[in-house]
Design a protein around this ligand. Sequence first.
Ligand SMILES: [Zn+2]
Length: 113
Amino acid sequence: MAALSKLIVKKAKSRVSSKHVPLRTCIACRKTGPKQALVRLVLTPEGAVTVDAGRKLAGRGVYLCRETLCWEKGVSEKTLSHAFRTGISRECLAGLRGHMGELFGDSLREGGK
Ligand SMILES: [Zn+2]
């Protein structure tokens, strides 16, 4: 676990040269990491939860590490409804799971291409 957070810090340092790196907390593992290393999920005004790929959607946002384990734990009705303090529809969960497949497709699928 300690090794993993070290890795995240190293990555951030090599990418961002500014002194101040905004930190965000992953809703699944509660670890903090630089904003750029986390995936933002946003609750739209329509009440749907979606991945904010362009980081420009308005609404309440939560963050998940780019880790399969965090997504498996985080993309659940319990975790998301707690994080957003609202009910999460099955459609939203299905959509997020679909995005998870895109994000981690290479590691989730055996053999890949
Ligand atoms: Zn995490």
